[in-house]
Design a protein around this ligand. Structure first.
Ligand SMILES: Cc1ncc(COP(=O)(O)O)c(C=O)c1O
Length: 357
């Protein structure tokens, strides 16, 4: 079966290309280390590492529930939101069942579907956006699960909760819909909040979020899901014992307490994103408006060449061969380096091609 392909890290690129000083803009991580109160909480929790963690992560669930204004029986947690996506498949997909999702989208959807012996139904995007009507039309009697990444990875487009509500009205109540909001904090709040706007009326919807991106805890593995209590109960049954480790639980609790500091960092990153978008557009690039902490540059058949050119010069991005490059918005220095290196790669590509002609 296909393996999940993680983004390459800077050290891999340095070793392969014999370079130093590479930067990684390939996995949509936050460029800065976590805020100090989170690091302190993890350090304190480490002194109890000889004990198993609380399997249910009760304290973290309670804090999440208070924070989001829902009952604590409406919260589940997982080893990253990817862990919860896998639990949704384990809970609802038997061999031969269909899992429907837009494509291109987050790469674990087909991998997890195949892991269950399920059948992946990929619904083509409309341009770079999710085509909700086509997704609804693809749901049939064999469908158990729908995944919708919102914002979509890698194209960065997003849908409003009004449109999602219309979509859900067309979906049978026994088909579970996972709304994957890994990039929630970077999205436009005017598009609505699915936890507030959709969960009460839809017992088949789980909203998935993570501490990996905006909160800078990608290396710890902690994500959460919000749904009506019976759905949470089903998904909890498939959680591997102690899946959310003690350090990750402590970090999650500390991250909620550090909300203001995290918000300030998100605002900084959004300002960086706006600057990078404006600069790349002034350089002549066309791409969809981003709603996450990454940009989608649809280079089509030039993708592999441009990706390699960037990587050889120490800028590691995420290529989707024949389609485009996804680049994470980094610190101001990283973004400047990306933009300058891209211009250099494109100039050398143009020159090579004119020499060939
Ligand atoms: C759309 C989407 N969902 C989920 C995840 C998983 O994040 P994590 O498992 O770190 O919470 C990612 C990570 O890149 C993602 O892009």
């Amino acid at each position: 079966m296909a393996s999940y392909r993680p983004g390459r890290d800077a050290a891999q690129a340095e070793a392969e290309h014999g370079i130093t000083d590479a930067i990684k803009l390939a996995s949509n991580e936050t460029p800065w280390p976590p805020v100090s109160s989170i690091v302190d909480a993890v350090r304190d929790a480490a002194t109890d590492m000889n004990r198993y963690a609380d399997h249910r992560a009760s304290v973290l669930r309670e804090r999440l529930a208070e924070w989001l204004g829902v009952g604590s029986d409406m919260i589940t947690v997982g080893a990253g939101s990817a862990g919860l996506l896998q639990q949704l498949c384990l809970s609802f997909v038997d061999p031969g069942d269909e899992v429907v999702f837009p494509w291109r989208s987050f790469e674990v959807y087909p991998v997890y579907t195949q892991l269950m012996g399920g059948r992946a139904v990929r619904v083509p995007l409309d341009g770079w956006s999710v085509d909700l009507d086509a997704v609804a039309a693809a749901v049939g009697p064999g469908t158990k699960l729908v995944f919708l990444a919102n914002p979509n990875n890698p194209t960065g487009t997003a849908l409003s909760t009004d449109r999602l509500a219309d979509f859900l009205d067309q979906i049978p109540g026994d088909v579970i819909v996972g709304i994957d909001e890994a990039y929630r904090e970077f999205n436009d709040p005017a598009l609505g909040d699915p936890v507030v706007d959709l969960i009460d009326d839809h017992a088949n919807v789980m909203v998935l979020r993570t501490f990996s991106k905006a909160h800078g805890l990608a290396g710890l593995r902690v994500g959460y899901g919000v749904a009506q209590a019976p759905l949470v109960e089903q998904v909890d049954k498939t959680m591997a014992p102690f899946a959310v480790n003690a350090l990750a639980q402590a970090a999650g609790v500390a991250a909620i307490a550090a909300e203001d500091e995290i918000r300030a960092r998100v605002d900084l990153l959004l300002a960086e994103r706006a600057a990078l978008v404006a600069e790349l557009r002034s350089d002549g690039h066309e791409f969809p408006d981003p709603h996450g902490n990454f940009l989608w540059l649809p280079f089509g058949c030039r993708t592999d060449r441009i990706h390699l050119g960037l990587e050889r010069r120490g800028v590691v991005t995420r290529p989707f061969s024949g389609e485009g490059i996804r680049v994470t918005v980094g610190s101001a220095d990283e973004n400047d380096r990306f933009r300058a290196t891209l211009a250099e790669v494109l100039a050398s590509d143009r020159q090579n091609r004119s020499e060939q002609v």
